[in-house]
Design a protein around this ligand. Structure first.
Ligand SMILES: NC(=O)c1ccc[n+]([C@@H]2O[C@H](COP(=O)([O-])OP(=O)(O)OC[C@H]3O[C@@H](n4cnc5c(N)ncnc54)[C@H](O)[C@@H]3O)[C@@H](O)[C@H]2O)c1
Length: 392
């Protein structure tokens, strides 16, 4: 199969793991170039990870040599980059969120449809071992009919925004920064949502502490609701409770639990790939179910950097989309899924503002990955097997 010629745009923190994985982990990807608004960052990553070419963003768009662009810029820049690349005839895979507003998302989705181009959206942790194992258990009836779910995540988002400056802008509030992992996991497991309601509380105005090496005393307020409590009504009839609190401490206590008529699944952190899957049934207590799928987030490349240890197998969504491009099937981390994640989150905010429920307009379908392929058996030497699960 001919490799898909790929460029990365946006060479910040998360690009470290993407570039390493895209260059070395997936046979279907040919990572040819990196680009960044400031070329020094692109030059640095190219030198660090052995990428042949550094381009400007305009050169990527104009290059006949690039088929697929991986957009790793901050959310506020997504719309501009996605639009430019689609208009240039490139397939695009973007980090979450798809765009900053639903209106922008409508535009880029229509553009991709109109030009028959693929547009994929992170998070791809939904393709990881934890969520795919849970999906298999649900699909095979191990917990009966799903009745409800609970998803909770907490952080001190203000404190985090002292270090990660992108959190101070659009997309920086906890429900939009980390919420997408939880919503995408629920959607990957339970299907589309029909309506949502919610309540929200903004972040406080934050006065930065004096950081090492700076005498700045800045103030800012992370935009939007930084605490959201909501309810999702799934098309299946199941209900989901959402609790995303960015106005508390950073000691994270996450919850992702799926309840069914015959059992309960307690899942690990959907921000990671290796989530433990604990099954409880009416009799016999509970057990941890071994993963049925690969991409468990454990580093498999030689000389793993700190980034693989933290961010695992980010990039599977790109590789899965590349296989989709070559085989002509829909991709799983699709624009429809990415749009639906956004509409759920924005819908909860709109419901909070209006005091009424919000009916969703969008929907999506997502097939599970084929089970039985693994990432780390044979000491990692059989990593190619896991990629086979991305082909169909
Ligand atoms: N940092 C994380 O832990 C993390 C994890 C998962 C996903 N993400 C997502 O990945 C994306 C990037 O996050 P990050 O932490 O790497 O951000 P970052 O701020 O570290 O890096 C973003 C890079 O994009 C460049 N850039 C900005 N606008 C651009 C434009 N118009 N054209 C070209 N380059 C541009 C910046 O110069 C910067 O180098 C965000 O959407 C974020 O939500 C981040």
């Amino acid at each position: 199969m001919e490799k898909v010629k790929t460029a990365v745009v946006g060479c910040g923190v998360i690009s470290n793991v993407y570039i390493r994985n895209l260059k070395n982990l997936f046979h279907i990807i040919d990572l040819r170039a990196v680009a960044n608004r400031s070329p020094e960052a692109a030059r640095e990553k190219a030198a660090l990870y052995g990428i042949d070419r550094v381009m400007t963003v305009d050169e990527v768009a104009a290059s006949p040599d690039i088929e697929l662009v991986v957009n790793l810029t901050p959310t506020g820049a997504h719309y501009g980059v996605i639009r430019q690349m689609l208009e240039a005839g490139k397939h695009v895979y973007t980090e979450k969120m798809l765009t900053a507003t639903l209106e922008q998302a409508d535009e880029v989705v229509a553009l991709a449809d109109g030009r028959s181009l693929y547009l994929g959206v992170a998070p791809d942790t939904v393709l990881g071992a934890g969520i795919q194992t849970a999906r298999k258990l649900i699909d095979t009836g191990m917990i009966g009919r799903v009745t409800s779910a609970v998803a909770c995540i907490n952080r001190d988002q203000c404190l985090n925004s002292e270090h990660f400056r992108f959190l101070r802008g659009d997309g920086g509030a906890l429900p939009y920064d980390v919420g997408p992992y939880y919503i995408a996991a629920l959607l990957a497991l339970l299907g589309p949502v029909k309506s949502v309601c919610g309540f929200g509380v903004p972040a406080p105005v934050h006065k930065a502490q004096l950081l090492m090496g700076t005498d700045e005393m800045e103030r800012w307020q992370i935009p939007g609701n930084n605490l959201t409590a909501g309810v999702l009504q799934f098309a299946s009839g199941a209900l989901g409770s959402i609790h995303f609190d960015g106005n508390t401490i950073g000691e994270t206590k996450h919850v992702l639990t799926i309840y069914g008529t015959e059992g309960i699944l307690e899942l690990g952190d959907p921000n990671c790939f290796d989530g433990e899957v604990r099954l409880t049934r009416a009799e016999g207590g509970s057990c941890v179910v071994p993963h049925t799928h690969g991409y468990n987030g454990k580093p498999t490349l030689p000389d793993a950097t700190q980034w693989e240890h933290i961010y695992g197998h980010r990039g599977i969504g790109v590789a899965e989309m590349a296989w989709a491009i070559r085989t002509g099937r829909p991709n799983r981390c699709s624009k429809e899924l990415g749009y639906h994640v956004m509409e759920v989150l924005i819908g909860m905010d709109r419901a909070a503002a209006s005091g009424s429920t919000y009916q969703l307009h969008s929907t999506f379908e997502m097939k599970p990955l084929r089970s039985g392929y693994y990432s780390t058996m044979g000491g990692g030497s059989m990593r190619a097997d896991a990629e086979r699960s991305l082909i169909e």
